[in-house]
Design a protein around this ligand. Structure first.
Ligand code: FAD
Length: 488
């Protein structure tokens, strides 16, 4: 039987392992950390459980599909529920707005709150769906780097509808064209951060992102976000996939353009096919040192990173739900700082995620587990200790103003992650959360393909390669890899 090695057990690595196992290969996964899941893992501090990274779960059908490969009803491993409230938004002037998962309720509420016509809101949501439908099969579900993709009906459809895709204007331009109210523009601009980009630079086509949340829904796994990677790890183990933890791969071995295997701790391990889930930039710099790197691809601007405070809070807050945003007063300045100045702005947007609102046991009775995240520039050697002290003060002041509390008196346990620590823990170059940014209209074409054009039987999956970052796209990258690999 042909043997496959997967380097890294991020969500895309696990999904690729499952898909290739289902295709008849023998599969082993090598992971440098002591846990699987990569950015999608969980840790405990005192009586509080925290998800390390992702907090928003969309398109759960892509996870269910993996159980289907083994004829297993996903419910026996993995349960999740749909949220009725998608997000609570707060502004400095005291205004609040709750995004209801019910589309009609959202349209009605937004129309009343922001003095916007219902038909305009409904047109906007429809346009997000049209963009998604026109491009998802082309840009997200297939390799963009195979000639056959360009000969399809989907491509023709997209080309005939190019003007609807808003490739030549920014997301902010598109939103400003639709809406008069700056708060509504800001709310829809925020979707650029779902792939770590700036709404003032990312093309208008990105207004397809709200479609995933507002038309498809937002979900929460029964045991928190890490349940996604853990239940898939369990599915993999139960089906004979072997995981080697604490095994850092040092080199991908090949001879005359043919894969030979992996080198770990000076030892060579023979494999017929390798799927690399490590960040592709880091992979060329460490695992493939002898291979000429695709320079233009690796030079692309990285997506933003994050500074996260994980707080065990000994109080509960009725005003807050699972997802909460405390907006900055100057969004443009915030993104200018993130992508140009590479430092924090003095009034950052603060995201608070509280899984204990939904997940039993994540915090003690009467307490909450807060994941407090500020978008951060990529790690270019800034003094993160000083930056953390600076931002912690600003974040606390903002929360106190918004909630009328003194949150610093309620923090029982604390853990902090910075772009630097994220880079170390995940090997994600510069600590970026989503691989390369989508800050220009060619970004989709400049991501690394899901296969190597130089080395036969070497494939790439994960947030740093096509089609991009975030759990759904990572899962799609695994699907594309599996479609490119022949049956065993
Ligand atoms: P990664 O999770 O990057 O994992 C790669 C794995 O490879 C790691 O386990 C690493 O240890 C391992 N590895 C690397 N090098 C080696 C080596 N040499 N040998 C062995 N193993 C190696 N996405 C969403 O969908 N929703 C969100 O709300 C969201 N929020 C986020 C918030 C934060 C703070 C972060 C960090 C990310 C967030 N994301 C979110 C993005 C999402 O987490 C990622 O896109 C996705 O999890 C990346 O998965 P991946 O498969 O690319 O691998």
């Amino acid at each position: 039987k042909m043997k496959v090695a997967v380097v890294g057990s991020g969500i895309a690595g696990i999904a690729s392992a499952l898909r290739l196992k289902a295709k008849g290969y023998d599969v082993e996964v090598f992971e440098q950390n002591s846990y699987t899941g990569g950015k999608l893992h969980s840790f405990q501090r005192g009586d509080y459980r925290f998800d390390y990274g992702p907090s928003l779960f969309t398109m759960p059908q892509l996870v269910d599909e993996l159980f289907g490969l083994f004829d297993i009803d996903s419910k026996s491993y993995f349960k999740y529920k749909r949220k009725d409230i998608i997000c609570n938004y707060f502004w400095e002037d005291g205004q609040q707005f709750q995004v209801d998962a019910d589309k009609n309720a959202f349209i009605k509420n937004a129309s009343e709150t922001f003095n916007e016509s219902e038909s305009n809101l409904s047109d906007y949501l429809e346009s997000t769906q049209i963009k998604y439908d026109l491009t998802s099969r082309l840009f997200l579900e297939k390799s963009l780097h195979k000639f056959s993709t360009y000969l399809s009906k989907d491509t023709l459809k997209a080309i005939f509808n190019l003007s609807k895709l808003h490739l030549d204007s920014s997301l902010n331009d598109v939103n400003e064209k639709y809406f008069d109210h700056p708060k509504l523009v800001q709310l829809f601009n925020r979707f650029a951060t779902y792939n770590g980009s700036s709404p003032y630079k990312t093309p208008g086509i990105m207004s397809m992102i709200p479609h995933l949340e507002m038309n498809y829904g937002a979900f929460i796994p029964k045991h928190g976000m890490h349940d996604i990677s853990q239940s898939l790890t369990n599915l993999a183990k139960d089906n004979g996939i072997v995981f080697h933890l604490n095994q850092k791969v040092d080199e991908i071995l090949y001879e005359k353009e043919n894969i030979k295997g992996l080198k770990i701790d000076q030892k060579e391990h023979a494999f017929d096919l390798v799927v690399c889930n490590m960040d592709v930039y880091s992979a060329y710099n460490s695992l493939l040192k002898k291979t000429p790197p695709p320079k233009k691809t690796l030079e692309q601007e990285r997506s933003s990173s994050a500074l996260i405070f994980y707080w065990g809070v000994n109080k509960t807050f009725k005003k807050l739900d699972l997802h909460n945003i405390l907006f900055t007063e100057d969004y443009k300045k915030e993104f200018d700082h993130l992508f140009n100045k590479k430092y924090f702005t003095d009034d950052p947007t603060v995201y608070i995620n509280i899984t204990s609102k939904e997940v039993d046991g994540d915090a003690p009775e009467g307490c909450e587990n807060w994941f407090v995240m500020v978008n951060a520039p990529t790690n270019c050697g800034q003094d993160w200790k000083a930056q953390t002290t600076y931002i912690r003060e600003k974040v606390i002041a903002k929360i106190n103003k918004c909630l009328g509390t003194k949150i610093e008196n309620h923090i029982e346990v604390e853990h902090v992650e910075t772009p630097e620590t994220i880079e170390v823990a995940t090997s994600s170059f510069q600590g970026s959360l989503y691989g390369t940014s989508s800050n220009n209209k060619f970004a989709a074409f400049l991501r690394h393909p899901n296969f190597s054009s130089k080395i036969k039987n070497l494939y790439f999956c994960g947030g740093s390669v096509h089609p991009g970052g975030g759990i759904p796209l990572c899962l799609l990258s695994a699907k594309i890899v599996s479609d490119l690999v022949p049956q065993a």
